[in-house]
Design a protein around this ligand. Structure first.
Ligand code: SF4
Length: 306
């Protein structure tokens, strides 16, 4: 890891397993309760509808199997990979009947040598049954992570982007997940409409107090066809440049607990999805900018944390 500066995800995994472990991202065919009419509907104003397919039942087994086998095959050929993390990534992966969820997780885990399970979801898709199910997979040598979308701690911003939940809703689900022994990753977007740099820092400081196991930071970007894209066309939005975004990230890192894994520092949506602002920040460029900023301040993860 870049020990003196911040704890990256790849370094965290390498420190833990003493080798490289690869994520296998799976689209389990889930939808999202914030899209009242399924995947084709609008939910959060920045959320696109890529790869829309039928709901999570139907032919999900076949699709999951194809994705996992294909990904593992590629990683083995390309990197001689041996160990993997199963990552249910697309949409809200705890949105469904509890028996169906169990079936899908079990089936996915049966298809590879997985070291961890990661499930991405939103606050209103977390309840005691979901926590119980997910925690049932935890073993001494097997962690279960839940990536919980938040984006901002400001209710006015959550309403502005149509998240469909409040910060208090998030806190409730966060506490349930933590009480069940699950590791939790919090997602924030930097550069939301009408959010200043101090608003962003306020969100970071607030979540830092929760001691999250991980964080993912995204720069604002919007796919075509979303409600936010309409705002963009009306000239109502501006986007932080890569240098500004790197400053936001560096500022955030200074307030994070040193054990919190910085799992992402910018969005990695493929260019083929034609998002605006029309360019994509290269991960390594943002990373180098963040490192330069921290070095110039003689700073590191948690330096400004009280
Ligand atoms: S909660 Fe996630 S999947 Fe649902 S609309 Fe928002 S960003 Fe999209």
């Amino acid at each position: 890891m870049n020990r003196n500066l911040f704890l990256t995800y790849s370094d965290y995994l390498y420190n833990k397993y003493k080798k490289t472990v690869y994520r296998v991202g799976v689209d389990g065919g889930f939808s999202c309760p914030n899209r009242k009419n399924g995947r084709e509907d609008h939910g959060c104003t920045f959320c696109g509808s890529f790869g829309a397919r039928s709901a999570y039942l139907g032919d999900s087994e076949k699709v999951i199997e194809e994705q996992i086998i294909k990904s593992i095959g590629f990683l083995k050929r390309r990197y001689n990979a041996q160990d993997f993390i199963l990552y249910f990534q697309a949409y809200s992966n705890t949105y469904g009947n509890i028996d169906d969820l169990k079936h899908i997780y079990d089936y996915g885990l049966s298809l590879g040598n997985f070291k961890e399970l990661v499930v991405s979801t939103r606050p209103d898709c977390v309840d005691s049954n979901v926590c119980k199910l997910l925690s049932s997979y935890i073993k001494d040598d097997f962690d279960v992570w839940v990536e919980l979308g938040l984006q901002s701690t400001k209710d006015i911003s959550l309403s502005r982007i149509n998240r469909g939940h409040t910060y208090n809703d998030f806190i409730e689900s966060y506490k349930m997940l933590k009480s069940a022994g699950l590791k939790v990753v919090i997602h924030l977007i930097f550069g939301l409409p009408e959010e200043s740099s101090s608003d962003i820092l306020e969100s970071v400081k607030t979540i830092s107090e929760l001691n999250p196991d991980g964080v993912k930071f995204h720069n604002l970007h919007i796919p075509t066809g979303t409600n936010m894209y309409e705002e963009y066309l009306r000239g109502e939005l501006s986007f932080p440049c890569s240098t500004r975004h790197a400053e936001y990230v560096a500022n955030a890192i200074e307030y994070l607990p040193e054990e919190t894994v910085v799992m992402r520092i910018n969005t990695d949506t493929p260019g083929s999805r034609h998002s605006v602002p029309g360019y994509f920040l290269d991960k390594s460029i943002v990373y180098n900018k963040v490192v330069d900023i921290l070095r110039s301040r003689d700073s590191y993860q948690g330096k400004l944390r009280k």
